[in-house]
Design a protein around this ligand. Sequence first.
Ligand SMILES: NC(=O)c1ccc[n+]([C@@H]2O[C@H](COP(=O)([O-])OP(=O)(O)OC[C@H]3O[C@@H](n4cnc5c(N)ncnc54)[C@H](O)[C@@H]3O)[C@@H](O)[C@H]2O)c1
Length: 267
Amino acid sequence: MDVKGKVIAVTGGASGIGAALSKLFAAEGAKFVALADMDEAGARAVAAEIGEGAKAYKLDVTDEAAVATFAQSVEADAGPIDLYFSNAGIIFSDAPDWTAISQTNAQWDKIWQVNVFAHVLALRAVLPQMLKREGCGFVITASAAGLLSQIGDISYSTTKHAAVGFAESLAINHGDDGLYVACLCPQAVTSKMTAGAEKSSAAGDGIMPADEFARRVLAGMREGRFMIRPHEQVEGYFLNKAKDYDRWVGGMRKFRRHQMAATGKPL
Ligand SMILES: NC(=O)c1ccc[n+]([C@@H]2O[C@H](COP(=O)([O-])OP(=O)(O)OC[C@H]3O[C@@H](n4cnc5c(N)ncnc54)[C@H](O)[C@@H]3O)[C@@H](O)[C@H]2O)c1
């Protein structure tokens, strides 16, 4: 899968990972990049930086009617969407008491809508037209937290596991229809989400610059990969987990203890 000549939609395009992917895709010859975000001003700024062939759209990815309208607007502006990057995401930590019951029902509802159900709504809006054409794809930004769990944010880890499950099912059920599906599972990448998180457990292996992350994602796409893990360590961690789940949980508990001793909080 390549981006040359493609009409590409990127949600969460105003910032961090979405902005870096959009800029790279435009530089690599995408026909049109649609940057969709609740942060309209941010999306406009990235679109202006890219210049011709990029446009900002105000979108709340949890609003089904708005998602359908977004897909129609992009089609009217540039043609049907070839590649949809369902990337917008949010995070809540278990602060302040760092228990697994600290997050409110409203937080659980919200993060479920953005980190999981938004993928369902986006797919509904674009799948029928994608299945009629060749060379289309749907890419989900999950997280290494969806394969391994992130210490100190239970709703994030849970919803990212669900996002990996959704991507997996999509690849299995529609891969034979010619749809390219990829699941991005990075550890820490520079963005608003990781700003000031240099000492957090999430950044245990460092924070990858977003432009480097984007290059690795495109390399994975060009290899036709479903599972794209831009941080090399993640594959090894995942193998350890598969080999001995109990030992892996023990290792994560140890990591949590070290993090608590070093910073007074698990995240
Ligand atoms: N940065 C990391 O270290 C990291 C690691 C793994 C996974 N991720 C995932 O990458 C994705 C992008 O995050 P980022 O790191 O670039 O963070 P970010 O906060 O810089 O960007 C997220 C963007 O999503 C937008 N957004 C949030 N809710 C939205 C909604 N309801 N509708 C439309 N837009 C909405 C925000 O306005 C923001 O521009 C997320 O899914 C995140 O969970 C990030």
